[in-house]
Structure formats: structure tokens, C-alpha cells
Design a protein around this ligand. Sequence first.
Ligand code: NAD
Length: 502
Amino acid sequence: MDNNSIKNFFGHYIDGKEFIDNGEKIDIINPSTGQLLGILSSASKKTVNRTIESSEKAFSLWKNVSIAKRTNILFNYKIILEKNIDKLSKLISDDLGKTKNDAIGEIRRGIENVEYACGIANSIKGEHNKNVSTSIDTWSQFEPLGIVLGITPFNFPAMVPLWMFPIAIAAGNVFILKPSEKDPIATQFLAELFSEAGLPDGVLNVLNGGKETVTDLLNDKRIKAVSFVGSTPVAKHIFTTASSNGMRCQALGGAKNHALILPDANIEQTVNQLLGAAYGSSGQRCMALSVAITVGEIHKPLINALSSEIKKFKVASGDSDSFGPVISNEHKQNIIKMIDSAEKDGAKIIIDGRKLLVKPSRLKNGFFLGPTLIDNINTDMESYKNEIFGPVLQIINVDNVKEGLKIIDKNQFGNGCCIFTNNGELARKFTDEVNIGMVGINIPLPVPSSFHSFGGWKDSFFGDLSIYGPDGLRFYTQRKTITQKWPSSKIDEIKFSMPTNN
Ligand code: NAD
């Protein structure tokens, strides 16, 4: 399509208004049709500076706004988000290709974090000790950091930003959000809706762009903290750069999530759980289940049951489809290369999604791949070692639980894993011994609710405090501890004394 015929230019959201500058232009493609949805203008250095100035000004006011007023705005925001679920889900479907139900699911998980932020008066309460020493009281209060930056990936354009900015803003910070340049439209709409809920201008600014925009932001020391979610190499880079610039940083990276399936697991229930966890969102989830380790004789019956269900999948982007396209043609080709390499390395392709033909002609240029099931995988294969991030489930068979645990233990990533069994003792041993951040027992996607916190281990996470929930709040606040004594007005004698604990 000719770029000049496109009316849809997308810029930034600064001070409560859309702003388009003359930075580098990036095409936004609808992955279901391969057609241009719009053109994104990246932030120039001047726009980055202007945004930080806007955030600084907003912080000087926002940090003093009462908790009651902040909470009212958050409650309004929750109601407005609920009212706009259909519109938001349509933007996500167009921009990322998620089916409607999948997009609604991500928005609902995102709204949970606004609900958590609504309870800020309770969760941010300080700690107090009266008479900690004679006539001395000590208390801690949790104060905002200032300007916080969030950098988000393409696969959850609503949920991942909502992991970050509601709780950061509730705690009195101001936020600059840099969404993925691949699908920025829904994210920008989230910011517009927050303004509609009464959020003052500049408290949430959205800056668009890619690597250069991130570099400009990371080099500005007016930014105090960075939350990053994306691939592992970029997470490492962001963590190192932000930390060396004195910024607090939490950087969540990629994953390879395993399910350990014991011989006593209920096959129907396990298959039911595996299907959505492996193939939902076209496998483009950091918690996607990409490796199933079967223990002993359950291997064959499980593969048979999985195969017959997978064959019933419908792939396209309609409301009743199982899953939609992947994000880009480049990503599709990378996934195909991984399946090719598994085949070349001797794995057995049981269901092959490489040559899927999607029927409606309007989708003929979309980036679709069919569900793929691969058996006989081993841990030396490239397809095992790398995050594929597509609709591909790989199977490894082992003789016992110990062997299965060893595989998970040695894997580079540590985001999520799960066990399917009816044996409580073994499940307990698994949760105790496995070196992974989020663990499920008969639950394939153990994504913690907003009242807990989310974070992997090993190369899936760089930093100290996990994202959202109680850890998220600690990440976005700094402790100030005050010790006070009000001396009685009469002093008998003036003398030199050392501090004592009495
Ligand atoms: P990505 O790392 O390519 O991009 C993430 C963000 O970083 C984007 O905003 C992008 O503009 C920016 N970016 C990319 N390269 C950069 C660079 N060199 N310097 C500075 N900024 C850069 O990730 P993606 O492809 O958008 O998302 C998929 C990845 O995210 C997968 O690896 C997935 O596992 C991971 N992910 C992890 C979690 C988690 O919670 N651990 C959640 C969702 C996605």
C-alpha cells in the first residue's frame, strides 16, 4: 500500500494530548492481513526532552495529591476501562492479531492491577514503633521515586503496561511509557482513558519509538527507575545500562517453560490444560508452555490425545478461532527455521504447522502458522535451547522425575513451570526443588494474581524486586525512616553523651 494514502499517523501522548513529531517513521502492520494500519512517528531527542520536562512538572504537583484523590481517579479508571473493553480488544486484535476472547482476557488481567492500585491506602501504609527507645518514636514511610520509565513488549500491549503504571502512579510517581513499536495503538488508548478518568496531564506520558528512543531515555538521569519487559538480550542490556546510570531497574526477559507430566496425571485434564497454555496467543506469551516432559508410559497416550485435539484447531483471527497470526513475517520465518532445525536434528514432527493455508482471501497475506507438535526432542537441539515464541509444543520423554527436574534445572530460563500429577508428595518435592520463579501444580500458566507479584529466575529476570503487587509497590517507592524525640523542656545539666539504647 502507498504510504501517502494512509491517514493514520500515530505520535506520542504528552501532557494529555496527542503529539506528532518529525522523528523516524515506522510502519504498523496488521498481522492478520499484512496490510498497513498506520505510521508511527518515533520520538526525536527534542521530544524525549520535552516529555521529561512535562513529567518533572507533573511530579511536583502529583506527589502532593492526597491518597484519597489518587484513589478516586483509579476507581474511575477501572470503570472506564470496563466500559471500553470492546473497543480496546478490537484495537489489540487489529494491531497484534489476537482473537477477541484472547484480547479480552489480557485486558481483564490488566484491570486486576488497577484494582490492586485502588487499595493503595492500605498497601502503602508505613511502619511505626512508639517508644523504640525511651521517649523516641521511629517510623518509616514509603515515598515516590519521581519519574519512572516503562518499556513494554509487543505481545501484551494492554496487560504489561497495566502491570506497571497504575501502581507506580498510585504511589505518587509520574510515568513515561515506551510501548512496543510493533503494536502501539491500544497502549496509547489506555493513556487517553486514564486522562478521561481525571488523571492530571503529564502524570502518564506515552513516547513511541524503538531502540534509539530507549537509548535517549536511559541516558537521562532525571529518570529514577526503569521497568522493562521483553526478550532476554534486551533485558540484560537495559538492566546493565540503567543500573550503571544510577537508575533502579527491574528487567523481565524471555522464557522456556516446561510441564512435567507424571504417569498418574489425568490425561484428559492435562491435555485440556496444555492446549491453551501451549498454543493460546499463538504461543506468543512469556508464560507459554513450550516443552512437555513426559515421565515413562504416559508419553504415547498423551501424544495421541494431544494430536487428536490439535487437529480440531481453527487458525485465523475470527472470534471463534483458536488463535491468530504471529506478529510479523520475520517472526514467522524465524519460527519456521526453528521447526526445520528440529527436523534436521532428528526430532519427529507429529503435527506440522509450517504450510498452513488460511481460507478467507482477505487473510492470504497474514502471518499465520498452524499448531506444531514435535516429539523426540533433546536438550542439545537449537529448537530446545532457544525461545521459539510461536505455536510450537516440543516433547521430551524421561524415565523418572529426577531426570525431568534436572532438565528444568539446567535450562537457561526460569520464568514458569508446572507439574501434572495426583501425587501430593511428589508435587511438594517438585515445588521445593525446582529453580523457577513461578510454579504451577496442575495449572499450566501459573501467572500470579495482582495481589502477588510476577517474576522469573535465572535469565528470565534481572533485578531484585518482581513486577506488580507488593514487590511492584516496593520497587516504585523509597523508604524514608524518621526517628523523633520531643525533649521535655527542663534539662537538669548539659553533658556530653553517646547515643544509647535504653
Ligand atoms: P523485545 O525485547 O524485542 O522488545 C521489547 C521492548 O524493548 C520494545 O519496547 C522495544 O522497542 C525495545 N527494544 C528492542 N530492542 C531494543 C534495544 N536493542 N535497545 C533498547 N530497547 C529495545 O521483545 P518483543 O519481541 O517485543 O517481545 C517478546 C519477548 O518479550 C519474548 O522474549 C518474551 O518472552 C518476552 N516477554 C517477557 C515477559 C515476562 O514477563 N518475562 C512478558 C512478555 C514478554
